[in-house]
Design a protein around this ligand. Structure first.
Ligand code: SF4
Length: 70
């Protein structure tokens, strides 16, 4: 699972960061610093989904991996 942010949509609400600081880092101005295609560590999929769902402006999304990497 990977997560990405649309920086044109993010309004620096910071809700995602409250769900998990490491998964959803913020830059110094409070905007999401998730970037594009950030790998979600094993076991953090549920938190990733929560963070994506909690964003009030739908700036975050989940990019499903191709199955069977490696
Ligand atoms: S919750 Fe949404 S708007 Fe707020 S910082 Fe995270 S991505 Fe940006």
């Amino acid at each position: 699972m990977k997560i990405s942010v649309d920086n044109d949509v993010c309004e620096a609400h910071g809700h995602c960061n409250i769900v998990d600081r490491e998964l959803f880092p913020l830059d110094e101005d409070g905007y999401s610093d998730v970037g594009q295609g950030k790998q979600v560590p094993a076991g953090k999929e549920g938190l990733a989904e929560q963070g994506v769902e909690i964003c009030p402006v739908l700036a975050l999304r989940i990019d499903e991996d191709d199955a069977g990497i490696g």
